[in-house]
Design a protein around this ligand. Sequence first.
Ligand code: ZN
Length: 157
Amino acid sequence: MGKKLAAAQRAKNKKRVKAIHAKIKNTRLDAIHKFTTQLVKDNALIVVGDVKSRSFTNSMTKLAKSTYDAGWFEFKRQLEYKCKYASCQLEIVNERYTTQICSHCGDMSSSPKGRAGLGIREWRCAECGTRHDRDINAAKNILAVGLDRLDVGISSV
Ligand SMILES: [Zn+2]
């Protein structure tokens, strides 16, 4: 696809460039649809962190960032309406600190932080010694926030 696009751009074939761009967009949309459909089918509860993309602004180009934002927005949009029509609950939670808190003991003194911390994928909690993959640890914390919220919701009924 990239080669075809480059060739069309060199030939200044605007119509073809436009068609290839549309195809890339559709392919991406299709991939998001497949992913969200499967997620809703396989799960009764989906908890998503309300990610802010600002942490990417320094490491990504403007175009990549807008593509990323558009993909993320579309992903959430699809999840919302697909969950509504299936028996799947969707919780979007504030994911603040979820990359910094140890999902095992709750300590956050030894996790990688700040801009430099973004490049560190694995770390060990100094408090309890648990080794963490950054994304898996954050996912566990996001799930915990979602489950906490459900607990509150159920007991207040
Ligand atoms: Zn720990």
